[in-house]
Design a protein around this ligand. Structure first.
Ligand code: ADP
Length: 494
């Protein structure tokens, strides 16, 4: 009997490999960072070959460390940084250009033009997404336009394009499989949420030949097989990182919400088989395809969360390390009326104000370092509340609890304040590796390692629950102050 699922977690700054056992526990892991390229202000690239090699390297390393062979693996699951795209030569497997990363702003002007032409409304209706450089579609159009000869070669069927999942599977299968899963496809701005196919009208608008795109598969199914680890290993689960985290947190039912607290915050609400529609600045996306069904999610992203704590540490020198923020925040009763709005790169959901900038309000003579640090932690919780409120407006559902993961959830003060300001419990699982675990679950369910989702609930036993303790009027008074502070931060840059 195979003992493990191998999960590959290809992130923005590192490639990781984790072996999960039948109880859903991470038993062995390996990770490697890779280089970031910033060729121009606002541009971000990765070397696609380095991504592949680092991912293969950590996979081999984790098997060596565990002293097992591919025979001990039930299946392989993949989760990946989303929206990042690679264009490569089908014959040689060589990328034609660096991978263009989700953070890259090079197509911002193209997005302005799309909006001026009114095509953003078509994109919104069909793909659920806002017209922003963040998503893959304009990045692919840029590659075809700007890499010499790319368009003609694409039209002759010589090239392939894909998000990072597709690139990894292509390499794992030695070019046999050119596939993606529905969750990754739904981040491209080219995928129709209603028909679940690449949309011909959108492809023709961007002049992208359908032949360069991968075949779209479910997230939990056999997507290919690899022979690189000795025995045949089936690739049975694939999902974008945030969708994988939603699955890893077992948010399987309509209305369940998870929030991942890293550099930014990513909130996703499961909307079941209903295609979500937002009037509140959120996007609609595929959650996953499993058991012959496609399920959807409402998503809200906050750009700066844990990064506000990094800023206090690295730029302001108010902290030795991120963990110190917890004791400092607890050393004072409240922020003494101080609010910090960390709109360092504008504001994301639900405001989408590119011109907002960081602001500190309410400073009086008694304000000190601890108040400011506490205000930074509280800002993470307030921004999350704004997205949860937007989700409630859009879906008509208030979540019963918020499941959390990510680096900043190590901070108990933050988790408690989050419960206080939402007025619902916050649940933190024992393993905060929800992203990789989600990929493992998707692969384990398709391969029979786990029989059904119900079997996974046994893994939730050691969840820590933070119950709300603040009374209603104090909570709403604090939040009203936050909303006033946000108004001061908006529209600042010209
Ligand atoms: P990412 O995947 O985006 O790099 P991680 O999940 O690794 O993020 O989390 C790192 C972020 O969490 C950093 O921004 C860091 O400032 C923040 N962080 C880590 N530990 C703490 C802590 N104890 N309290 C508050 N923030 C923290």
């Amino acid at each position: 009997m195979p003992r493990y699922i191998l999960a590959l977690d290809q992130g923005t700054t590192s490639s990781r490999a984790i072996l999960f056992d039948h109880e859903g526990r991470p038993r062995f892991s390996a990770s490697r960072e890779f280089k970031q390229y910033y060729p121009q202000p606002g541009w971000v690239e990765h070397d696609a070959m380095e991504i592949w090699k680092s991912q293969l390297d950590v996979a081999e390393k984790v098997l060596a460390e565990a002293q097992i062979s591919a025979d001990d693996l039930a299946a392989l699951g993949i989760t990946n940084q989303r929206e990042t795209v690679v264009l490569w030569d089908r014959a040689t497997g060589e990328p034609l250009y660096h991978a263009i990363v989700w953070q890259c702003r090079r197509t911002a002007a193209m997005c302005d033009r799309i909006r001026a032409e009114g095509f953003d409304r078509v994109l919104r209706e069909k793909t659920g997404l806002v017209t922003d450089a963040y998503f893959s579609g304009t990045k692919i159009a840029w590659l075809l336009e700007n890499v010499p000869g790319a368009r003609a070669r694409a039209q002759h069927g010589e090239l392939a394009v894909g998000t990072i999942d597709t690139w990894l599977i292509w390499n794992l299968t030695r070019g046999k499989a050119h596939v993606t899963d529905v969750s990754n496809a739904s981040r491209t701005l080219l995928f129709n949420l209603h028909t679940l196919e690449w949309d011909p009208e959108i492809l023709s608008y961007f002049a992208i030949p359908a032949s360069i795109l991968p075949e779209v598969k479910p997230s939990s199914a056999e997507l290919g097989e690899t022979h690189l680890f000795g025995a045949t290993l089936r690739i049975c689960g694939v999902a974008g990182d945030q969708q994988a985290a939603l699955f890893g947190q077992q948010c399987f039912r309509h209305g369940m919400v998870k929030n991942t607290y890293g550099t930014g915050c990513f909130l996703l609400m499961n909307t079941g088989t209903e295609i979500p529609h937002s009037n509140s600045g959120l996007v609609g996306t595929v959650a996953w395809g499993i058991d012959g069904r496609t399920e959807y999610a409402l998503e809200g992203s906050v750009f700066i969360a844990g990064a506000a704590i990094q800023w206090l540490r690295d730029e302001m020198k108010l902290l030795k390390d991120a963990a110190e923020s917890e004791a400092l925040a607890r050393s004072v009763r409240d922020t003494n009326g101080v609010y910090l709005v960390p709109a360092f790169v504008g504001l994301g959901a639900p405001h989408w104000d590119a011109y907002a900038r960081g602001t500190i309000t309410g400073i009086t003579r008694g304000a000190n370092r601890a108040h400011l640090v506490r205000a930074a932690l509280e800002s993470i919780a307030y921004q999350t509340r704004e997205v949860v409120d937007a989700m409630a407006r859009d879906s008509g559902l208030r979540p019963q609890a918020l499941r959390v993961d990510g680096g900043a959830t190590r901070n108990d003060f933050l988790c408690q304040f989050q419960a206080d300001i939402l007025g619902i419990p916050v649940e933190r699982p024992a393993t905060t590796e929800s992203t990789a675990l989600g990929a493992a679950y998707l692969a384990g369910l398709a391969s029979g390692f786990w029989k059904e989702k119900l079997e996974l609930t046994a893994h939730l036993h050691s969840t820590h629950r933070f119950e709300p303790q603040l009374d209603f009027s104090r909570r709403e008074e604090l939040f009203a102050g936050w909303l006033r502070a946000v108004e001061r931060a908006k529209g600042w840059a010209s």
